[in-house]
Design a protein around this ligand. Structure first.
Ligand SMILES: Cc1cc2nc3c(=O)[nH]c(=O)nc-3n(C[C@H](O)[C@H](O)[C@H](O)COP(=O)(O)O)c2cc1C
Length: 365
């Protein structure tokens, strides 16, 4: 009797059942109109992954409100009804190709490089993110120092995520993923060095997690009965590839059990190498910590483009789903290739992401 391929068995995430356990990781491709509307080019781009067999497509980070959330020029939004309408053909194209699609909602906070609505940036505290702006997203030099959000503005950020999640449902998305990773606003709150607040959003890990947990709860209350709601979490950031949570495994327990109490339909962890120990004080990966403490399905991401490695992560119970970024870009038929043990020669990543990270003509067919 042949053993089933762990990549190819179905899995449920909330009310959504995926035909396999391979997702496209969220990837910003700055190919929307200047006012943040998704385009037919994006529909062709996203549908191609579904045609290639990926059970789930997670969109690039989409900005939720018309205040401080936009991060990049030509980034798509879900901040207005017009932006929501523009997503409909993208969603339909992915569905017609047999895939499911989740919108990643991302507030850039202090990591914003361009915002057509506001001149300056905001964050938990007036502390600039580490690192430099990304030239492939038209940025250069250090990030400016953000202005610290007031409590009233934090409440507005929360309402922005809820309204965007409602628009995502109207546009036909199968779910929303809250971007709590990679140094964007929710991760700026979680991170000790960017969050120096003295109110209930600052201090210990529980307080720094509060905004992400509140937004997760708000969005679940608003749309959770009709759509899948996930949250993405990382240690590293766009401009800080070395960051580790100071409390190690203890912090992981607080973060993931805190999120588990709120009860999203999945947690999506990302690390440069998803198979590496997350902390010096133990051997578990970040995804394993998430699985152990959250009690919800976990998507693992980071360097899992080798099919045998991805299988091993699923087989060992290290995660319920793997998500692929760069490997999906270089082989849109990755799922078929993994199934058949052979496939097309991978494309060169550099050609796709330079000089800008926008969608190239060759990615549409
Ligand atoms: C071009 C590009 C754009 C990305 N944009 C996003 C994004 O919008 N949101 C996000 O959470 N991660 C983003 N990432 C990170 C990926 O989702 C993923 O975590 C990372 O590429 C590591 O996974 P991999 O080794 O499978 O590529 C991006 C990565 C790439 C290569």
């Amino acid at each position: 009797m042949s053993v089933p391929d762990p990549l190819l068995t179905p899995v449920g995430l909330g009310g959504l059942t995926l035909p396999n356990r391979v997702a496209v990781a969220p990837m910003t491709r700055i190919s929307a109109t200047g006012d943040g509307r998704a385009t037919s080019r994006m529909a062709a781009y996203y549908a191609r992954f579904a045609r290639g067999g990926f059970g789930l497509v997670i969109t690039e980070g989409v900005y939720p409100d018309d205040q401080y959330s936009q991060g990049y020029r030509n980034q798509p939004g879900l901040a207005t009804a017009a932006q929501a309408r523009a997503w409909r053909p993208v969603v339909d194209a992915v569905h017609e190709a047999g895939g499911a699609i989740v919108a990643q909602l991302m507030h850039a906070g202090g990591q914003a490089q361009s915002n057509e609505h506001r001149e300056h940036t905001v964050g938990p505290s007036a502390i600039a993110p580490r690192g430099e702006q990304l030239p492939t997203y038209r940025g250069s030099g250090p990030f400016p120092t953000p202005r610290a959000l007031t409590l009233a503005e934090i409440a507005e950020v929360r309402r922005g995520f809820v309204a965007a999640a409602r628009r995502a449902v109207e546009a036909g998305f199968d779910g929303v993923e809250l971007h709590g990773a990679n140094g964007y606003l929710l991760d700026q709150f979680l991170t000790d060095y960017t969050n120096q607040r003295t109110d209930h959003y600052g201090g210990g890990v529980e307080n720094r997690l509060r905004l992400a947990a509140e937004i997760c709860d708000d969005v679940l209350q608003a749309v959770g009965s009709e759509t899948t709601v996930g949250i993405r979490i990382s240690q590293t950031k766009v401009g800080d590839r070395e960051h580790r949570w100071a409390g190690g495994s203890k912090d992981a327990e607080i973060v993931f059990s805190g999120l588990g109490q709120v009860g999203p339909h999945y947690v999506h962890t990302t690390e440069p190498d998803a198979t590496a120990a997350a902390f010096d004080d133990g051997r578990e990966t970040l995804a394993e910590h998430a699985r152990q403490h959250s009690g919800v399905p976990v998507l693992a991401n980071g360097g899992l483009g080798d099919a045998e490695m991805a299988r091993a992560v699923l087989r060992s119970g290290g995660a319920d789903v793997v998500s692929l970024g760069k490997a999906a870009l270089t082989d849109r038929d990755w799922v078929r290739t993994a199934r058949d043990g052979r496939g097309p020669a991978p494309r060169a990543l550099f050609d796709l992401l330079a000089p800008l990270a926008d969608i190239k003509d060759s990615e549409l067919a």
